[in-house]
Structure formats: structure tokens, C-alpha cells
Design a binder for this molecule. Sequence first.
Ligand code: KG4
Ligand code: ZN
Length: 352
Amino acid sequence: MSESSAFGRPLRILTLETTCDETAAAVVTDRLEVLGSVVASQDALHRRFGGVVPEIASRAHLQRILPVIDETLRRAGVRLADLDAVAVANTPDLAGSLLVGLVAAKSLAVALGIPLIAIDHLQAHIYACRIASGQEVFPCVGLVASGGHTTLYRCASPLAFELLGSTIDDAAGEAFDKVAMMLGLGYPGGPAIERAAMSGNPAAYAFPRPFLHDADRLDFSFSGLKTAVRYAIAGPGRADFDQICLSHAQRADLAASFQEAVVDCLVGKAILALQKTGEKTLCVGGGVAANRRLRERLEAETQRHRVRLHIAPLPLCSDNAVMGAIAVERYRAGCFEPLDLDVSPGPMRKPR
Ligand code: KG4
Ligand code: ZN
């Protein structure tokens, strides 16, 4: 049922996303229509460092946030005065980056006299499946695999996420980025590894799959896998690591074997989470969910286990503000925030 405003039109919510290195905004309605969306990527600024530099990211957000909001409103054909609420991702990730979005959102909330809504960026990655599928996906198990996070949730509803497990060290995307650097494949590493892996043999190297056969744990660990790739390129202690020349075939085999190990862990733990919770739906989001081998394997395994699968479509895998439509659910539930709302940065880890 739509919560149309006093004017008999759908509610319009401006959603902002500045958690990491994409400055994004969208206007969504309470009918989950996307009226306008803009994503300004910072990849070009971070490429030469092989990863996101937090200080560069927050400065770039500052420069981009207002033009991105203006362009989003223009595309949506909506004026500031037409907005019914403003929502912002305030957790988790880079403190400086989060603050830029939060301050912009608070300023709009005060100036326009509209409610402020908080978005959990990882929950929004799962919600990308809801908005893309156009159908109810809750309750479900949610898997987020991104550059900074790898988390598994039981999602009873869009307002009730229970953290089941997470990486205890590197995130899956971070491992893709670092291994791509070792293989001289550039940044961001995920798409580059995926391309290189296409001509490689996924069984060429027996890389570790931490926790995969531990039925009591729903956690991940990718840092040892990364080290195993390093040692496969050159044994421990080699100081001239950067000088090593890999053939095209070696690089392809390393990429394919590494990718297969990550995919095995993600798929294995997602299926274990479904078995443990008894849920019948799996929703997958985050940048790594763009990986074709992961998508293929998820499709095969969920079919085998007779579970419904939703994977975010490619444009909604990497960071965007459309998935911030999870704010619609909070609006409906009256979950509004006071103006002293703070950011909650840092990695998402299951407390022990
Ligand atoms: O969700 P996202 O855009 O940003 C974060 O919130 O972290 O994820 C970015 C991550 C990067 O580490 C990137 O290498 C990875 O997603 N990625 C991929 C692919 N495309 C992007 N990893 C594997 N395969 C891909 N095709
Ligand atoms: Zn993300």
C-alpha cells in the first residue's frame, strides 16, 4: 500500500551515499520507483594507489556532493521543495567520507523541515535485490561481498537484520584488489581478475578455503588466501617480488584459482547460512556480486538446494544511492533520526 503524501502523490525521498569512494544520490518514491540517480565514481583518483585513499575520498566527496544532488534532482524532475524526506548512509566505512553525506543530509533536513533517515550501507546492498526484483524478498539470508566488507545476515524483514558472520580479516573485494596488484592487473582488481581468469584453470593451484568445512562457523578469512597467492608467485622471503615476470598462462591460472577459492567460500557459507536458518531465499549484493563466476555458482547451488536466489543487477552491485530505497521502509515505520545523528565507521565484524 502506498503512503501517498497529503498532495495525493507518491512520497519522494532523496537518498545519499558517500560511504567509500562513490558520491551518489537518488530520488526514490514510496512505490519504490527510481525517479533519478547519479553515481560519480572516484576510481580514477585512487587507481595509482591501488586502493581507496580515505583523505582523497572525503575531499572528492566534498567537491562532488552538491553537483551530484543537483543533477539527481534535475534528472528526477523534482525540486528541493518537493522532497518528503532525506536519507543518508551513515554506517559503516570511512569516517571522513560518511561525514560529507551526513552533513549534507542534515543540512537539507533542517533547511527543508523534512525528516532525516539513517541507512546502513550493507543492509542497503541487500535491499538492492528488493528494488531490482520488484517483489518481496524478505525474509531471506543476505550476503554482502564488497571492497570493505563480507557479511552474512538473517534478514527477517527490511528492518530486522541479524549478523550471522563476517570476515575476520580482509574483505573479499579487498582480496581481489590486492591479488590483482600482485598479478600486475590494475585497479579495481575484481573485474581485472575476472577477465584474466577466463582463460585460466581454476584447479591449477590448490589455494586455501578457510573455514569452508567448519560447519559451526559462518565467517570468512581472505588474508591467508592472499598470502598463498603471493607465495605461489614467489616463495616466502623473496625481496625482489615486484621483478618477477609471469607468463600470460601463469597469470590466468593464478587468477582463476584465486577466484575459485573466493567463490567456494562465499557460496559455501551462504548455503550453510540457509541451512542453519531454514530460510528459503538468498539475496546477494556488493561489488563482488558482479563477478560472473560467483553468479553462475550461486545459481547452480541455490537450484540444487531449492532456494530462491536474488542477485543485485550489475549497476546496483557497486555503490549507488538507489539501494538507499531501504529508507522507504524506515519512513513507513516512522524510524526518523535526531539531528545529532553521528557516523558509525569501521569494519562490520560479529562481536565475539
Ligand atoms: O560494493 P563496492 O562498490 O564498494 C564497497 O562498498 O566496498 O565494492 C567494490 C569492490 C572492489 O573491491 C572491486 O574489486 C570488487 O568490488 N569488484 C569485483 C568485481 N567488480 C567489482 N570483484 C570480483 N569480480 C568483479 N567482477
Ligand atoms: Zn558498498
